[in-house]
Design a protein around this ligand. Structure first.
Ligand SMILES: Nc1ncnc2c1ncn2[C@@H]1O[C@H](COP(=O)(O)OP(=O)(O)OP(=O)(O)O)[C@@H](O)[C@H]1O
Ligand SMILES: [Mg+2]
Length: 520
């Protein structure tokens, strides 16, 4: 490739060439016969492109009527900030992320180079200054910002077909990587009229959990990570098989086994937002659908403790009973005419009013037609009692992956020891392993015991503390079992006594009947 002079140099040469051409053009307009003008024009164009064999593409910041910021401009800006800002000598500082950090971008009239598959390109940033003296609310009237891409015309196809696509995709990926993720929760519906509030409120999601710190059997962990990454890259696959791009996970296990922590780790791994849906705060199925529509792509919708959130089968029965009660109250109202009492009753009813979301509403939420309105979404349920859930809710297709998080095993313990004490092995490991087989302890409790409590605590002190806790837990379990056995025996005895008593009563009754029938 020919070495290309810097832009300023090109512009000087070009302006003198163009000046000459304008004079020539004026002469030719007046003095050349009409028939000769066409060929001469063509040659002039060739001459210009010989002098300046480059193509320029402009990307304006605002498009359409000037209100909408061009997505391409934003993506290019991100791309250039990440890839080429180091070369620019004049930079512009923008404060972002709630005034916490600064992002540098190339200043106006700066130029940087980029290289793509051995092709050199130039990116310039500029602004046309508005002639208006007044301040306008229309962004485009305050001056148009734009990026200009310059490249040799022989690379036209490669640039327009491949490079621009690469820049836009890379820019978008950087936006996703760098954005601050959010943790949303649904606002409790308040009913009534007035200004429609957003259905979700959010805070910045900053949970430190990651799969690196999660003590789960390494093989199982890898399987989950692979599944998640595979999902996030499967846009085309889902389109091909005609399924909405979403996946359901059911996390189940006793309290303190890392279900919530795993959700945070999933969000951190995929860089997704989290929507923590509190079902008891959702008025009815319609509101549930609205909440769903209000969620963005690249997100995890979480429903924790699904078994407690709603008594999905009992709920419908209770509602019917409530309704009946409501009708009866209506009749009484005319009779009583006691307004104060009525108001108090209403308040009480309002307080007791629970969510009217039904099982079918929830199933529709997961895989009904509306669930396809966004893409790249995970739906995660957690529960302590998987056996309590309605089979329809957790069948394959709805919950694609079921993950059991259980008590701490030896592998998980070794992982926690490495994480908390920075040791791979210790002579006490074998004993701890044996204890863990005999006694159930959650990873949360194991981690708590392993954590050094003071600066003087070494690995052995922490391991011995864990062993002591396991010993105590074992004794507690033996005590509990003994108590249960005692209770069971007492109940059994009670039952036998009652049966004996019933038999005796029956015998007495039988004899009494006989005396009445046969008095002698
Ligand atoms: N497998 C694990 N690896 C590392 N830390 C864990 C693990 N499980 C639990 N913990 C620790 O224990 C604490 C409680 O865990 P978490 O809240 O994730 O439990 P959970 O399964 O969601 O419990 P619940 O059913 O009560 O909601 C967390 O602070 C976490 O650090
Ligand atoms: Mg939890």
């Amino acid at each position: 490739m020919l070495p290309i002079p810097p832009m300023a140099d090109i512009m000087t040469k070009l302006s003198s060439a163009v000046g000459g051409l304008i004079i020539a053009y004026a002469m030719f307009q007046n003095y050349f016969p009409y028939e000769l003008r066409g060929p001469i024009k063509r040659y002039t164009q060739k001459f210009i492109s010989f002098l300046y064999p480059y193509i320029q593409i402009t990307f304006n910041e605002y498009q359409g009527d000037g209100f909408e910021r061009s997505k391409a401009y934003a993506a290019i800006q991100r791309y250039l900030n990440a890839n080429s800002t180091k070369q620019a000598k004049r930079l512009q500082a923008n404060v972002v992320r709630d005034s916490e950090s600064i992002v540098l971008s190339m200043a106006d009239h700066e130029e940087v180079t980029d290289e793509y598959k051995g092709i050199k390109l130039w990116w310039g940033s500029s602004q046309t200054i508005s002639n208006q003296q007044s301040i306008s609310i229309y962004p485009r009237e305050d001056g148009k910002r734009y990026f200009k891409l310059t490249f040799h015309k022989k690379h036209r196809d490669m640039i327009t077909n491949n490079y621009l696509k690469h820049v836009l995709e890379e820019g978008k990926a950087i936006t996703v990587r760098e954005r601050r993720r959010k943790l949303y929760t649904n606002n409790k519906s308040e009913g009534g009229y007035g200004y429609r509030r957003s259905m979700w409120s959010h805070v910045i999601f900053e949970h430190p959990a990651s799969f690196d710190t999660l003590a789960v059997d390494p093989r199982k962990k890898q399987e989950i990570i692979d599944d998640l990454i595979n999902f996030s890259k499967s846009k085309d696959y889902y389109a091909k098989i005609g399924k909405a791009w979403k996946r359901g996970y059911l996390l189940y296990g006793p309290p303190g086994t890392g279900k919530s922590t795993m959700i945070a780790a999933m969000a951190n791994l995929l860089k997704y937002d989290v929507y923590d849906l509190e079902l008891t705060g959702v008025k009815d199925n319609t509101e549930l659908r609205k909440l769903l529509i209000d969620t963005a792509s690249k997100s995890i919708i979480v429903i924790e403790d699904i078994d407690c959130s709603l008594d999905l089968t009992g709920q419908r029965e209770k509602r019917k009973a409530d309704k009946k009660k409501g009708d009866e109250n209506g009749k009484k109202k005319d009779e009583e005419k006691d307004e104060v009492k009525e108001k108090l009753k209403k308040l009480e009813e309002e307080k007791n009013k629970t969510s009217q979301v039904t099982l079918s509403g929830l199933l529709n939420f997961i895989d009904g037609l509306w669930s396809a309105c966004g893409e790249e979404r995970l739906i995660v349920f957690t529960t302590n009692y998987v056996e309590k859930l309605d089979p329809a809710l957790i069948r394959r297709g709805r919950m694609d992956m079921r993950i059991e998080l259980s008590y701490c095993g030896f592998e998980a313990f070794k992982f926690l020891a490495k994480n908390y004490l920075d040791i791979d092995s210790h002579e006490l490991f074998a004993t701890v392993g044996q204890q863990l087989e005999e006694t159930k302890m959650t990873p949360a409790d194991v981690a708590e015991n392993l954590m050094p409590k003071s600066g003087s605590d070494d690995a052995e002190t922490c391991l011995r503390r864990l062993m002591k806790a396991l010993e105590e837990a074992k004794e507690e379990e033996i005590r509990r079992k003994a108590e249960e056995e005692e209770k069971r025996k007492a109940e059994e005895e009670e039952k036998q006594k009652a049966e004996q008593l019933a038999k005796e009563e029956e015998e007495k009754d039988r004899k009494m009947v006989q005396i009445i029938i046969n008095p002698e």
